[in-house]
Design a protein around this ligand. Structure first.
Ligand SMILES: [Zn+2]
Length: 133
């Protein structure tokens, strides 16, 4: 089995193979795509998938100077600084595309500091200037 081709097809169909916090391989996505057969295939080749995904991540990071927070627990993509990632109450990192209204209700917090010091949680204590001034 060629992992690159397998992953490409899986991703085009809406599935993803990612690694959890302990480095275990996980197969996620639409149940129509991520069938028990697909999960079994991924589990049987978990070691190879882990190596592939880790290499892919390293290559992604090496190709840019943009900082990242890590990887989205849901879609496996890199969560770049400035893309609105959130940290869920259980510690999982999700990207701006995957964070849902109910995650925010449950208490997820943005992983980024406000762009302007003094705005938001770094309250300087003084009057807040109106926008656009
Ligand atoms: Zn995501």
């Amino acid at each position: 089995m060629r992992i690159a081709a397998f992953l490409e097809r899986l991703r085009e169909a809406g599935g993803v193979v990612t690694l959890d916090g302990e480095g275990a391989v996980r197969c996620l996505g639409n149940p129509d795509v991520v069938t028990p057969e697909v999960r079994t295939a991924v589990e049987q080749h978990a070691g190879a998938f882990r190596v592939f995904v880790e290499r892919e991540r390293a290559a992604t990071l090496a190709s840019t100077t943009t900082r990242s927070h890590g990887w989205c627990e849901r879609c496996g993509r890199v969560v770049w600084v400035g893309t609105g990632g959130e940290r869920l109450p259980d510690g999982q990192l999700v990207c701006g595309d995957c964070v849902a209204p109910w995650d925010i209700e449950a208490g997820s917090v943005p992983v980024e500091e406000p762009e302007c010091p003094g705005v938001g949680w770094k309250d300087p204590g003084g009057p807040v200037p109106p926008h656009g001034s």
